[in-house]
Design a protein around this ligand. Structure first.
Ligand code: HSE
Length: 434
């Protein structure tokens, strides 16, 4: 049986998950591929020894020893971050190795260099685990949906943010306590700012948009807002409006231009994405031929992510064996067909909005706010103001009909400048049930 050797850089949560998956599924993988795909070497500076079940695997401190080992066919990079991960990946490609990575930050920022180098060298880059953890979203997009123009991408792509919002919704637990739990459970990023500020979700959306539309895009091109300004009372008001608050990645393909945004969104309870709870992820594609497709599963965690990395390793091993390396372009489109597309400016966006305005409870406040909204052609659908405070501000909550983002920005600036308004208004875009 032909042997394919794998070198793994990084034996942390996902790296050890990959090793365990490959070991547990060894026989099944052989029966499914006719190949013996073996983890031969690991490089990690933080561990002194590998667990006893990996006694046949060599441990190095220096990743270069794996990259330069002529016996290694596939290098798996699982250290995360931009450097030294980029150097390892580029060096592996230069050495003619195929590469597998789960590193969404690296791909969304430096993908252009990495995929160009891989195409020039004729090696494959697998990155299934970079989006949606264990969910086979990348393979679905580039193979299952190959015969579709992708009309939209919408999803919950960060387990930490979804876990926090779910527990705040179901149990009324405070933001900080839930974040600590998510970190302990191992699905938050090393720097959880990426999770709660929507940056991790933007990394993933950039990767999907590149593949869906054949366009150059980095996460810096995506309008991104996180969940840190969401308070329990927003969740309660959302419930009164029949909605759940979710951190969504949204992209719609308008032909001439494409939307690219990540922000907290009020999702009607009847919508499938409103029902995705806890650390689960869900990615929804609309294709012009297939219609709607929803992929659901665990977006993080040792074994689910290990399963996705192993799937890439097996794909590459099969291609090596069949002499069909490059059969499926890494980014779905051939490199020469990946070009520039205009990204829709946020000012052009139209949707219904939720506003939570903090104001002193005085006569004429509501009239002043309504006047500003009316002047900016924003029509109010409903207003809630609960209880009267003995002292201090009250929350005036409004839901609008569909309005233009540019008008909303202008109106909120004027509202926040009113002397009776005591804090910046919280604005949450609402998703219309499609
Ligand atoms: N921090 C990420 C999440 C891990 O919480 O979803 C998977 O990318």
């Amino acid at each position: 049986m032909k042997e394919i050797k794998v070198g793994l850089i990084g034996f942390g949560t996902v790296g050890s998950g990959l090793a365990e998956v490959m070991l547990a599924q060894q026989e099944r993988l052989e029966k499914r591929s006719g190949l013996c795909v073996r983890l031969a070497s690991v490089a990690d500076i933080n561990i002194k020894a590998l667990p006893p079940q990996f006694s046949g695997v060599r441990l190095h401190r220096d990743a270069a020893e794996l990259i330069n080992d002529p016996e290694i066919d596939i290098i798996v990079e699982l250290i995360g971050g931009i450097q030294p991960a980029k150097t390892f990946v580029m060096d592996a490609i230069s050495a003619g190795k195929h590469v597998v990575t789960a590193n969404k930050a690296l791909l969304s920022q430096e993908g252009k260099d990495i995929f160009a180098a891989a195409a020039a060298k004729g090696v494959e880059v697998g990155f299934e685990a970079s989006v949606g953890g264990g969910i086979p979203v990348i393979k679905s997009l580039k193979e299952g949906l190959v015969a579709n123009k992708i009309l939209s991408i919408m999803g919950i792509m960060n387990g930490t943010a979804n876990y926090i919002l779910t527990r705040m919704t179901d149990e009324g637990v405070a933001f900080d306590a839930v974040l600590k739990d998510a970190q302990e459970q191992g699905f938050a990023e090393a720097d959880p700012t990426y999770d709660i500020e929507g940056i991790d979700t933007a990394h993933k959306l950039a990767i999907l948009m590149t593949m869906a539309y054949g366009m150059n895009i980095t996460h810096n091109d995506i309008a991104t807002e996180g969940i840190t300004r969401i308070e329990p009372m927003d969740i309660e008001f959302a419930r009164e409006f029949g909605c759940r608050i979710k951190l969504l990645a949204i992209s719609r393909n308008h032909g001439e231009h494409v939307e690219a945004r990540v922000h907290p969104t009020m999702v009607p309870e009847s919508h499938l994405l409103a029902k995705i709870d806890g650390a689960f992820n869900a990615i929804h594609f609309t294709g012009d031929m297939v219609g709607n497709v929803l992929l659901y599963g665990l977006g993080a965690g040792k074994m689910p992510t290990g399963s996705a990395v192993a799937a890439d390793v097996m794909d590459i091993a099969r291609d090596i064996h069949a002499g069909s390396v490059g059969r499926v372009p890494s980014l779905s489109y051939l490199p020469e067909y990946i070009g520039e597309r205009r990204i829709t400016s946020m000012d052009e966006l139209s949707c219904p909005y939720y506003f939570r305005i903090s104001a002193r409870d005085e006569p004429g406040v509501l009239a002043a706010i309504a006047g500003i909204l009316s002047k900016n052609a924003i029509s109010i659908e409903s207003v809630i103001q609960k209880g009267r405070q003995e002292s201090g501000p009250v929350a005036i909550v409004m839901r609008t009909h569909t309005a233009q983002e540019s008008a909303v920005s202008a109106a909120l600036q004027e509202i926040d400048d009113l002397a009776v308004v005591t804090a910046p208004t919280v604005k949450i875009r609402m998703l219309e049930d499609e």
